[in-house]
Design a protein around this ligand. Structure first.
Ligand code: ZN
Ligand code: ZN
Ligand code: ZN
Length: 291
């Protein structure tokens, strides 16, 4: 962490955020975790990861997910690798915390030229038909790059990204996770949102076993977290269930996409102690994985 990308390793994944879409603090919330984030000034960004390839003189970077905290995450990327040039963004799906930051690349802000937006055909259709995305595409700020589940996208020097379809409520688009392979052959799995492991046509244990590190949906620890909303309306696998399914594989997992209500944000909570006991960890904003 913190070392420059000129170090021996030429490929890295930098974790830019591990919170659920609304981040921590959540708008209008004064819960324990949100108050803590306000008082310490340690805001937790929505889930996002950057892949950095420093093989060339000008390092290339890609974002996976681009939510409302992109400005803070951009600074984090630049602190880690000042010369990184962002080539494109891989979208998992069209919920706020995963794509709304794209608007910062539009006319009122960065006005990028041909920023590549990698997404599924259904996501592309939505962006092509709906404003303000339609305008950004027509003006050439964005260039849509369609990806298909199971089809590898080559990013050069042995870095590749493959979409994997996952079940998740489909208001505007379908949802994918991403399997990433670096030049060393190391593999990462990025799955911030899934309704349940059981509804998936892949076995989560096999997926974790076949990757060096898997970043998995850990939105909620227990149904009691939601006081005003029905969990059936926003289904996610609960952390104890995920740990049970992945028993013994904790060192290959980083839990991400934690809701602001999740007790594992507090390292002193009994739930955090339970995680530690079972050999699991939450992902950390700013952490780096060599690829
Ligand atoms: Zn999400
Ligand atoms: Zn809160
Ligand atoms: Zn979602």
């Amino acid at each position: 962490m913190g070392q420059s990308c000129i170090a021996e390793s030429k490929m890295e994944a930098l974790i830019l955020g591990v919170a659920q879409d609304g981040g921590v603090p959540h708008l209008g919330c004064e819960c324990h975790n949100c108050s803590d984030a306000v008082h310490t000034g340690l805001h937790k960004c929505a889930v996002s990861m950057s892949l950095i390839n420093s093989a060339n003189a000008t390092p290339e970077a890609w974002l996976i997910d681009c939510g409302p905290d992109i400005k803070q995450q951009w600074r984090l990327l630049k602190q880690h690798c000042p010369k990184a040039g962002v080539q494109g963004v891989f979208l998992t799906h069209l919920h706020m915390g995963h794509y709304i930051g794209l608007y910062q690349f539009g006319k009122e802000a960065m006005q990028s030229r041909g920023l590549k937006i990698f997404c599924t055909p259904r996501t592309a259709e939505y962006l092509n038909l709906n404003q303000p995305w339609k305008y950004c595409i027509a003006q050439g700020y964005f260039q849509i790059m369609i990806v298909a589940p199971g089809v590898q996208v080559q990013l050069g020097h042995g870095l590749s990204v493959t979409p994997v379809e996952v079940p998740h409520r489909q208001e505007f688009s379908d949802t994918v996770a991403y399997s990433i392979t670096g030049c060393s052959g190391k593999k990462l799995f990025w799955c911030p949102d899934i309704d349940s492991w059981e509804e998936w046509d892949l076995d989560v244990r096999e997926v974790v076993e076949s990757h060096d590190m898997s970043f998995l949906d850990a939105t909620f620890y227990s149904p009691e977290e939601l006081k005003r909303r029905d969990m059936g309306d926003i289904p996610h696998p609960l952390i104890p269930h995920t740990m049970h399914k992945l028993q013994g594989l904790g060192s290959k997992v980083r839990l991400i996409h934690m809701n602001h209500t999740n007790p594992v944000w507090d390292p002193r909570s009994i739930q955090s102690q339970e995680l530690e006991k079972q050999g699991f960890q939450t992902g950390v904003q700013g952490s780096v994985f060599t690829l």
